[in-house]
Design a protein around this ligand. Structure first.
Ligand code: PMP
Length: 464
């Protein structure tokens, strides 16, 4: 039974929402005029809105509900922990069993050489922790000039001041004089945007990595602290780098001795068919930022996995690290994370994505290239992107995009919403990241919905 304060009609919810709730990344006035869609419940891979419509959630909430909705072990872990010890901090030389047990579990699941974790409540806080931790690392080593962190344009690393600075989103930088000093950006390894005519994906990958070396030399190698990147850029539009990119980035980081940070807030915990995206792309990062899938989004938790190179310096020589959050190691969040990770293991979801559902999704996505609207169709594990184009590329001419004033992505997103499918639009890239519990039958169901929405979008945009 819902508590009485949750018993409202859609119109009542929309009025209260418009009156009081400022939504993230939203034009407040426009949404208040239109009215929010009110999501009231969920089960498996489906959501229901306040009018009873069933919706296929191909975005896992916001890239996070890896085990799907309604999983009893997570609910029971939260309930048990809320009853036993809903909160205690980790500041006063104290710890709680769930925080310790999860730290141990993470050390077992993470790549070799990761024995320690620093907890936060979100990915943004995780990346703020990264900024403070890498600068502290170099300070302790007596290399105080190493402050600069190199990131990439169109990256997303969060919305706090440091997170948004690390990110490479011009709209975010414009609002608030970002980036803060000491954070610089190189271009992203986006083949269709930056490759030269005739350049192979592999050659492009190596060339895109060489932009890091050029930036290190421009800044001065003794001033660079770290390079940060998402294995696959998620919020930027599921930009999947060529396989040659990350190994070359690793080589450059090694050559100049700079730390490599893998932001796995999206790619972590099975999304790419590996526990961590760095394993899929063959890097050995020093720090790994995580959040989202660690609890499947049931409760907020994030953090940084700290590799031995950094951990040994901070532990053996570092003294106090003056950083942390009230909820660093929140016992309820950690208990849910433990249950979630155990469930991912029991269900074999990482292997399922790597060997079964990931390859099946890739096959189905390749078929979408036959649709007149689809200029590119790419997947990595259970992430996918479709580029909507007015005319496809030929041997002699590049693809012709829709004029940005048309808002092709938003038109498509509207049809998805109206037809019970959640896909996200990033410009004209339609992206998905469905729950990892997805079956091949459910992929077929999703493909049916996607085709229908592409047809409706094509008709609306071209009149055909
Ligand atoms: N890093 C990446 C790669 C992300 O995708 C996100 C969120 N989408 C963040 C960091 C920020 O996480 P949060 O919203 O939990 O602060």
């Amino acid at each position: 039974m819902a508590p009485p304060q949750f018993e409202h009609s859609t119109a009542q919810w929309q009025a209260l929402d418009a009156a009081h709730f400022l939504h993230p990344f939203t034009d407040f006035k426009a949404l208040a005029a239109k009215g929010s869609r009110i999501i009231t419940r969920a089960d498996g891979i489906y959501l229901w809105d306040s009018d009873g419509h069933k919706i296929f959630d191909a975005m896992s909430g916001l890239w996070c509900v890896n085990v799907g909705y309604g999983q009893r072990p997570l609910i029971e872990a939260a309930t048990h922990q809320l009853e036993t010890l809903p909160f205690y901090n980790a500041f006063f030389q104290t710890a709680t069993p769930p925080a310790i047990a999860l730290a141990h579990k993470l050390s077992q699941l993470s790549p070799p050489g990761f024995e320690h974790v620093f907890y936060t409540s979100s990915g943004s806080e995780g990346n703020d922790t990264v900024v403070r931790m890498v600068r502290r690392y170099w300070d302790v080593l007596g290399q105080k000039s190493r402050k600069t962190i190199i990131s990439r344009r169109n990256a997303y690393h969060g919305s706090t001041v440091a997170g948004a600075s690390l990110g490479g989103m011009p709209d975010m930088h414009e609002q608030g004089d970002l980036p803060i000093p000491g954070i610089v950006h190189i271009d992203q390894p986006h083949y269709s945007e930056h490759a030269q005519p005739g350049e192979s994906r592999d050659d492009f990958g190596r060339r895109a990595a060489s932009w890091l070396e050029a930036k290190i030399l421009e800044v001065g190698a003794d001033k660079v602290a770290a390079f940060i990147g998402e294995p696959v850029q998620g919020a930027g539009g599921v930009i999947i780098p060529p396989d040659t990119y990350w190994p070359e980035i690793q080589r450059i980081c090694d050559q100049y001795g700079i730390l490599l940070v893998s932001d796995e807030v999206i790619c972590g915990f099975g999304r790419t068919g590996y526990w961590f995206g760095c394993e899929r792309f063959g890097t050995r990062p020093d720090l790994i930022t995580f959040a989202k899938g660690v609890t499947s989004g049931y409760v907020p938790l994030g953090g940084v996995l700290v590799g031995e190179r950094v951990a040994r310096v901070l532990i053996d020589q570092g003294g106090d690290f003056n950083h942390g959050y009230t909820y660093s190691g929140h016992p309820v969040a950690c208990a849910v994370a433990l249950a979630n990770l155990e469930l991912i293991e029991q269900m074999g979801l990482v292997q399922r994505v790597r060997h079964e559902t990931g390859p099946y999704l890739a096959q189905q996505y390749a078929k979408l290239l036959e649709h007149p609207l689809v200029g590119e169709a790419e997947t990595c594990g259970l992430m996918g992107a479709l580029k909507l184009v007015r005319r496809k590329a030929t041997d002699t001419s590049p693809a012709e995009p829709f004029p940005s004033s048309v808002g092709a992505g938003m038109v498509c997103r509207g049809h998805c919403f109206a037809n019970g499918l959640i896909m996200r639009a990033v410009g004209d890239r339609m992206i998905i990241a469905p729950p990892l519990v997805l079956t091949c039958e459910q992929i077929d169901e999703m493909m049916g919905l996607i085709r229908k929405c592409l047809d409706l979008t094509w008709t609306e945009l071209t009149g055909v």
